[in-house]
Design a protein around this ligand. Structure first.
Ligand SMILES: [Zn+2]
Length: 576
């Protein structure tokens, strides 16, 4: 549909739905909805804002996005060249426009994404700008409206773009705590990391007619499952039928519906302001312990010289210890708890009560397997929505019982299946990310094997994030990245190098706090030694967290994820 978006000077354009030749001015008057067949053309952010807000009421936020290329990404074209082309093509600085405005006289902060700009992808600057819009909403005590249009996280910024899912989610969480309404408006298309975070963890989710939303895209699902997709898969009506959105609204009624929501949101009694504390607290220095510094330094040199593609293969080695192996070897007294209490028990996620040095805790992790049969039975460690909801149930149980949470992350990604999408994969991941940003108990995450995109992050928003020496953590698999940005999938080794997915890279970027050393020939060669190293690292990282008051813990966790954004110096008052 975007392909037919006409330039202003053209008088006629052909509808992508019914092929009718339409007089451009007539189409504009009809809000870019075909008067013949009702197809909603995609809108750029400036047009969208004009349609939604009161005339002349929009005030853009003063912040400009910085020119960032945090991992020096090059595929066939260097990333900065792609950025420049997107800026020239759209006249926008980034893939989102943020500001304040009124709708029907009701004030709100807005962030409106623009799919024309690198597919509306979520990078560090986009995350930063949306977070600032949310922080502005908190400061001014007004609702936040997010209009989403995105293919997902921006792979050219590697795992740092994945972190933006947590950054924006915790800003949404702060609005929840302050009793301020958050509304997302899903427009076509909304996928991947955006779907699995702020598009679906707001109070009210509105889908524009014709919008499609999902975690995995239809092409990926078709490729993985080899099945034809059901009619209307991931469309607004499909989402409504499966309980994933509050309403489907045609474009001409969208503004009116938002005005009604804002009016209702304002009628509620405002809650005390103390919940806003995290946004205004002073920064807290990182707290290295002698032990952690030593291990990180000790393993840096060998990993520096390893080819990232070789590391990917080690991280996927079938002999690599699994979560259940570590529960047996590194922890004591594991009692497995099953089920999400909503109708399923996902075998790709295991969890339950265990002990470390006699101290009870909750351990939750992805479960793969060593044999083909085990891998198939565990869906290769790819969690379904039921798996994410089981993890959520166990996290909340841990919080009620005052138990620390340890997560072990080892997944190629979330389940790319038809059923997973029907059951709300995106929202399930989004809710876990948000829940982890408010969990009042210590959380230590360990990337033990593969940390694959949003499915991994759903267990990895933690106070301390550790990573085994030969594990990988990435916004997309090297094969997936190669298929999109290179001529074909055989470029996976190059993509693995470009993505900065190894432990030393991520330690340098601050995504990972500590690297857990592996035995000489990697974890699969000596699982007992790997278990000992994991236990020591978890113990050393957990113990300084145990005596912190919950409010301090949550504040520091949010600061940890708040620092991954990027934008030029502007009004950072609400950012620290
Ligand atoms: Zn039409």
């Amino acid at each position: 549909m975007t392909a037919t978006a006409p330039r202003e000077e053209q008088l006629w354009s052909r509808c992508a739905g019914c092929a009718t030749l339409l007089y451009r001015k007539r189409l504009r008057r009809n809000l870019d909805v075909c008067p013949e067949c009702g197809v909603h053309s995609r809108l750029g952010a400036p047009d969208r804002l004009r349609q939604l807000v009161d005339p002349d009421s929009f005030r853009p936020l003063p912040d400009d996005p910085a020119d960032v290329d945090p991992i020096g990404f090059v595929d066939v074209v260097p990333y900065p060249h792609r950025l420049t082309a997107a800026r020239t093509g759209t006249g926008l600085a980034e893939a989102v426009l943020c500001g304040t405005a009124t709708l029907g006289g009701h004030p709100a902060a807005l962030a409106v994404m623009d799919f024309r700009f690198l597919g509306g992808s979520l990078g560090c600057a986009v995350g930063e700008l949306i977070t600032r819009a949310a922080e502005r909403a908190l400061e001014e005590r007004v609702p936040l409206i997010l209009v989403t249009a995105s293919g997902g996280a921006r792979m050219q910024e590697g795992v740092l773009s994945l972190m933006q899912m947590a950054t924006v989610s915790q800003a949404v969480a702060a609005l929840r705590e302050a009793g301020l309404l958050t509304v997302s408006v899903l427009t076509d298309p909304t996928y991947g990391g955006v779907a699995a975070s702020f598009a679906t963890n707001t109070d009210v989710v509105v889908a524009e007619s014709g919008a499609r939303m999902g975690f995995a895209g239809p092409r990926v699902i078709r490729q993985v499952t080899g099945r034809a997709l059901p009619d209307g898969f991931q469309t607004a009506d499909f989402l409504l039928r499966h309980g994933q959105v509050d309403m489907v609204v045609p474009r001409r009624a969208l503004r009116g519906r938002l005005v009604a929501l804002l009016a209702a949101g304002r009628a509620g009694r405002p809650r005390p302001a103390e919940a806003a504390a995290p946004a205004t607290s002073p920064p807290v220095p990182r707290q290295p312990t002698p032990h952690t510094t030593a291990t990180a330094t000790a393993v840096d040199p060998p990993a520096e010289v390893a080819d990232p593609w070789a590391t990917v293969r080690l991280a996927r080695h079938p002999g690599r210890p699994t979560t259940l192996d570590y529960l047996e070897s590194a922890f004591d007294g594991f009692v497995e708890l099953h089920g999400d209490r909503l109708g399923g028990d996902c075998p790709a996620v295991v969890g339950g009560l265990a002990r470390l040095d006699g101290r009870p805790l909750m351990v939750i992790g992805h479960q793969k397997g060593h044999t083909t049969a085990e891998l198939v039975a565990r869906n290769f460690g790819m969690a379904s929505p039921a798996g994410h909801r089981k993890a959520l149930r166990l996290m909340r149980l841990a919080a009620r019982l005052g138990l620390p949470v340890v997560t072990l992350v080892d997944t190629p990604g979330a389940d790319p299946g038809v059923g997973a999408e029907e059951q709300g994969q995106a929202a399930a991941i989004a809710e876990n990310i948000l829940a982890l940003t408010v969990l009042p108990t210590p959380v230590v995450a360990v990337i033990t094997g593969e940390g694959g995109s949003g499915g991994a992050l759903a267990l990895a928003v933690a106070d301390r994030v550790l990573m085994l020496q030969h594990a990988v953590y990435s916004v997309i698999s090297p094969e997936g990245c190669a298929a999109i940005l290179w001529p074909d999938r055989s470029a996976a080794p190059q993509a693995a190098r470009a993505l900065r997915l190894t432990a030393p890279d991520l330690h340098r970027l601050g995504v990972v706090d500590e690297i857990v050393p592996e035995p000489a020939d990697a974890a699969h060669a000596d699982p007992d030694a790997a278990a000992t190293a994991l236990r020591d690292a978890v113990r050393a990282n957990l113990s300084p967290l145990l005596d912190l008051p919950p409010a301090t813990l949550v504040r520091r966790r949010r600061q940890r994820f708040r620092r991954f954004g990027a934008a030029r110096a502007g009004n950072r008052a609400g950012a620290r």
